[in-house]
Ligand binder design. Sequence first.
Ligand SMILES: [Zn+2]
Length: 816
Amino acid sequence: MMTCFINKIVVLVFISCLLMTNSFAQNNYASADIFLGLRKLNVLGTVLYVAAHPDDENTRLLTYFSKDKLYRTGYLSITRGDGGQNLIGDEQGVELGLIRTQELLSARRMDGAEQFFTRAFDFGYSKTPQETFAKWDKEKILADVVWVIRKFQPDVIITRFPTTGEGGHGHHTASAILANEAFTAAADPARFPEQLKWVQPWQAKRIVWNSFNFGGNNTQRSDQFKFDVGGYSPVLGKSYGEIAAESRSQHKSQGFGVARTRGEALEYFSTTGGDAMTTDLFEDVVMSWQKIAGAENINPLIQSAISSFDFLQPQKSVPALVKIYKALLSFPDGNWRNKKIAETKNLIEAASGLWIESFTQQQYAVQGDSLRINSLINNRLGVNATIYRISFDGFDSSFQTPLSPNKNLIINKTVLIPENKALTQPYWIKEKMNEGYFTVTDQTLIGEPDVQPSIVATYDIIIEGEKFSFSKPIRYKFTDPVKGEIYQPITVLPPFSVNTNPSLIITKKNNSDQTNISIIAKANKGIQYKKTEISLRLPMVEISSEIDTLKIFRKNEIKQYDFSFKPLNIGKEEFAYPFVKVDASPQQAFMALSTINYDHIPSINYFYTDGVKFLPIDLKTKGKKIGYIIGAGDKVPEALEQMGYDVTILTDKELAKNKLKDFDAIISGVRAYNTNEWLNKYYEKLMKYIEGGGNLIVQYNTSNQIGPVRSKIGPYSFTISRNRITDENATVEFLKPEHSVLNYPNKITDQDFKGWVQERSIYHATEMDKNLESILRMNDPGEKSEEGSLVIAPYGKGFFAYTGLEFKTTHGRNFI
Ligand SMILES: [Zn+2]
């Protein structure tokens, strides 16, 4: 997140995909992974790391716990990182959280830890935990932390930040306050008793703070407990610092690529709750099978499997693993029993060399349409195995087929996706969210990191005489000529996806102009209706429907319905939504599909209602042509077009052509001077443009190490600071009320500073040349005022402006 910059200096750690399922890559198990998995069977220790954001976690420590100590290791990130800046695209808000969720899961696949979240929304920077809790609903988020603790049952809880504020960001301090309160509350049956239907109270042994040294902010002290986590794993051929760097570098939307590290790396801790430690973080915690009454016979079985493990023939361990599995089944139900049964089952699959998968050749499954599913099973090491059943939605087959050594068993089946099959939607955006947290009504989903897989296949196989059931998400598999074989999750679509265009209409008072809106319906499957009725609903305004009779849609056919009307009565902000009625079915709002694709994470798909926003403002515009230099990604060009401007995107090439004087203004996108090295070439040219009467408006750039400013910016010197106004409702004082920027062509008033989201302004100008004038003054509650959010200077016949004002919306989409 923009505010987790301090963590950039933290070194991280990671490891291979030991015994994990994911929707991105097919699992492969080397003998080294199986060997570590066997050793892990004897370890009954659990540790939970708690912080506020994706990137706060100490990846090196997680790797060390997961890969060296073989503990069950978890990271609870209070938020999904929805706030802050996006270094790889223009997604913001909820969409950015969807990306960062997948980046964290990608990181966990490397370091071997498990991932959890709460419902809290990352609404942007806050300076204090009080400000944070005012938005999060503290009791709700505390309940989620308690729930994760009761489910995961950690022996030790570790916070990244202290409760005393040295972590900076209010979310950071809040995460530590929540973890420390939850440490006690999780053990108290009187707290959140509604959870006890599914989980039991849980008392961890202790909670500790993992102090840090982030360059200028060093909280490590010689009297704190410390140990070295910078070791090397000969089994994996990597240092924990190397694996951590691979994991950390998955946070690409935050620009957190880091170098692999080797050598001693001390981590420091101090106890903040529970029994203090003197010699070990896990002091007085039983980490072996002695933890479970009656499990004395398990340890020798596992020891024997470890000592006889053959790296060339891991399948020789399968009979011993089946014996362990049966012994575990005989235990009374319990957390560790169930975890170790799952681990043992995974090891049996891995050691036997079984390849089990079902895939499709299309990424989308459409409600009411058919889907061809291909299953492939291969007994690559020739263990004693017989498959007797495969089942998934719409298919269930019993048979008795011994699996021959290294022969592909292929079963292809076309199934019908039921019309009422749920659309694939991340669970946390299924219901309308609140300002500071997502709405999740199903308690059992709380804490879950990912979207539930759309279709799951179950394979029942007898291995060494014992019945096993393996469940795998069915995935879309294809071969890209450049990237090679790729797996992606399958998304269930409705028969129609419906979009509207445009997304925003600015209306003027008493405007009688004709307004045009298009509804674009895409048939996701071949359909034939007797009658379709497409309509647009806007409160107070009657918009006629378009009715077609006997309408036939081919699969993937797109049809556009145009509506033209006069939005006479729109006096306040309103949304119009598209509705579709087919045959005798009730009229319903169909959803639009949005897809986010990046190479380092699985493809993200989600649904939203694509409405048209009517915004009644009396907007005057002056000039017509705007040149826009794209920065790290923002929605400003789109907004300018909605205001009626012609926007030309200025790239390196476009700027090289000598035609800047055609533009009434040139605006640089957020962090354009951080991201575009080539802007340096055009400094003189841009200054000449201003001299000749142009207007150059530079939106904020950062001054941190992620991307230094690569070029001179304005005609007069100023420094970009880290000063910011985080209270989005902070009072704005007009220092130069007569200045043209506040009067022409529109009169700017207090009203224009209402309804802002996340933050008011960031990265302010300081140490300015006397020619630069400050226009606005604002301050956060209890802090000194800031005058660098908008600075302007005349230069030649034109004007230069630098602004830290945040021109953005929180959610980007209308999530219902
Ligand atoms: Zn953070």
